[in-house]
Design a protein around this ligand. Structure first.
Ligand SMILES: C[S@@+](CC[C@H](N)C(=O)[O-])C[C@H]1O[C@@H](n2cnc3c(N)ncnc32)[C@H](O)[C@@H]1O
Length: 276
């Protein structure tokens, strides 16, 4: 007889398989631990409410598309934080004026922005660098976009932001951290499912980080290709470090920004600083 542990893992596999088949969510071979944890919690809650076993709850999903959609929706509100991947932000800050002349107004996209921390980090970086810019953050989760527009976070969210930026760009609102108007004025958010459409560019920078894991092949590759087509000449696509390999394999050319920081750009394009 199967151990409770292996039957729990099988129930999670079944739920993730359906999430992929019906909604193109992730690929089970590379599913990160937090995704499995969340699915397990969801199935356990359903089991507790219905009095069924975990396996029975998972099997019911075969006939219940809405229940699978609920799981996918809970997974798509993603984990994020301010100044995530410090080395990437530092490399961008160092190279910004070399990559893009200082008189150019930068157009930037945070594709899969979740609750806005990535878009606001960019806003803070570009304001600190005295650049003119517009940042657009898009996500398919309406709830994430609502939170992003509120721009108000738990105080602990300030933990990773450079202290000088917290001082200059954030204020306190009812005991919470709020991104100030100086940055908010140049950052907008929009609900958008990148599988359906990508926002029209051209963009100098596109952050496309930690979204691929939600998209099974070939949907993820198609989204990345469409995003790359929206890059300005000399523009860069910035993935998470773990995603560089998957994106290189689809023909994007790596551009080394720092020893452990690689950006990507379409192979056919001019490789060098942006020229207006
Ligand atoms: C883990 S978060 C990453 C947030 C941020 N980019 C970062 O790296 O911190 C992934 C986000 O991608 C969003 N997402 C997943 N599939 C998407 C799609 N098809 N279109 C738009 N956003 C999507 C999720 O809703 C989630 O908010």
């Amino acid at each position: 007889m199967a151990s409770p542990e292996s039957s729990r893992e099988r129930a999670i596999d079944l739920a993730l398989g359906l999430a992929e088949e019906l909604f193109g969510f992730g690929s089970s071979s590379s599913t990160p631990g937090w995704v499995r944890d969340r699915v397990r919690t969801h199935l356990e809650q359903q089991a507790a409410q219905s009095g069924l076993s975990l396996n029975e709850v998972a099997k019911r999903l075969l006939q219940d598309r809405r229940a699978v959609e609920e799981i996918v929706a809970s997974l798509r509100v993603g984990e994020t934080r301010f100044y995530r991947d410090k080395a990437q932000w530092e490399a961008l800050e160092r190279q910004l004026d070399h990559l893009f002349p200082t008189d150019v107004e930068l157009a930037v996209l945070s594709a899969g922005c979740s609750t806005g921390e990535e878009a606001y980090t960019l806003g803070m970086l570009l304001t600190a660098a005295r650049r003119r810019f517009r940042v657009l953050g898009v996500d398919r989760s309406a709830e994430a976009i609502r939170v992003a527009r509120e721009a108000t976070y738990p105080r602990e969210a300030a933990r990773d932001i450079p202290p000088a930026w917290v001082e200059r760009f954030c204020d306190e609102h009812n005991g919470r951290l709020r991104v100030g108007m100086l940055v908010r004025n140049s950052v907008e958010f929009e609900e958008c499912d990148l599988v359906q459409r990508v926002p029209a560019g051209p963009y100098h920078l596109i952050l496309f980080k930690n979204v691929l894991l939600y998209l099974a092949a070939p949907a993820g590759e198609q989204v990345a290709r469409r995003l790359a087509n929206e890059l300005e000449e000399g523009g860069l696509l910035l993935p998470a470090a773990s995603e560089v390999l998957r994106l290189r394999n689809m023909g994007l050319t790596p551009f080394r920004m720092a020893p452990a920081v690689t950006a990507l750009r379409p192979a056919r394009r001019f490789i060098g600083p942006f020229r207006p």
